[in-house]
Design a protein. Sequence first.
Length: 365
Amino acid sequence: MEQWTGAQRAYAVKAFYKNGDSYVIAQREFRREFEISRNNAVPSANAIKTWVRNFEATGSTVKKRGGSAKKVRTPENIAIVREAIERSPRRSARRHSVALGLSDRSVRRILHKDLHFHAYKIQIVHALQEQDHGNRLQFCETLLQLINGNQNLVNNLLMSDEAHFHLSGYVNKQNFRYWSHANPQEIHEKPLHSLKVTVWCAISSFAILGPYFFEDERERAVTVTGARYVQMLQNFLAPAIAHLPVNEDTFFQQDGATSHTARNSMATVRNMFPNHVISRHGDIGWPARSPDLSACDFFLWGYLKSKVFMSPAPHTIQELKNRIQNEIEQIPVEMLQRVMSDVSRRLAECIHKNGGHLTDVIFAK
């Protein structure tokens, strides 16, 4: 006899689709929805997999006896999906599935196996100016030469940056896709103005320092000025690195934002990391318009935003801040080590492209 009711099976399938096709999260949501204690079992991953498979084949979580299963990837459905994608290539597969009345898994299978379409991430950067190629090439050659001379340098590198997390979910790069046969090299420019937090982090191979929120006494996001940046360096970063394996060989990277390169900001950073500052006007010059070389930009912000805004999305600024804090704490050291190792590969690829942007980057005018 089936242990779970039809409503429970339907909820498990819905939770599976809603949470990135994750059986683990579906089980967690199931336990919470039906108030099942940790001492009692929830549906196994295999059970949920079976229900999903039955649902995609027949429209029901129960396998129907007799007859043949309803085929979803029909010529008619393939044509409908193709037309929908060509009309709205920026819409996610999940939203297409809702609009077409097909399961998310079926739409994805049609996209990949029948239409041979692929989802391309859109990363927004500024187009390089004429002098940027030489500056990027010089930076990459300098840093890569130091890394080749000291393989441990990657473990002694702190890369920092700020980002705005809007309560609306804006700038969630991980959720922005363009479905096409080939990378469209298209630009996405649609700023949304909503309540937000401004967060600073520094990423290394051993830890993430942060988040630090730039806010006033009423916990409202504020502009990062030179004075506020120095305050963060002195009151947050300095105490944080005192408890970490940071030494005289550690390099600190920041971009060329005005608040970073103000006189007092540079003096504070130089005092904390003598002769080891990577920045505009630093010991090693950081090239402008180079988010593709910064671990915060090519990994951290996109990763965090894809996690922070998972359904159910945060509804208040405090919920948003808590999500950011919790997701940072859950990033494993092994992942950080892979990310920082990728810096060397990116430096080499940039040199190969004679200072050009990396191939996974889309240019904004």
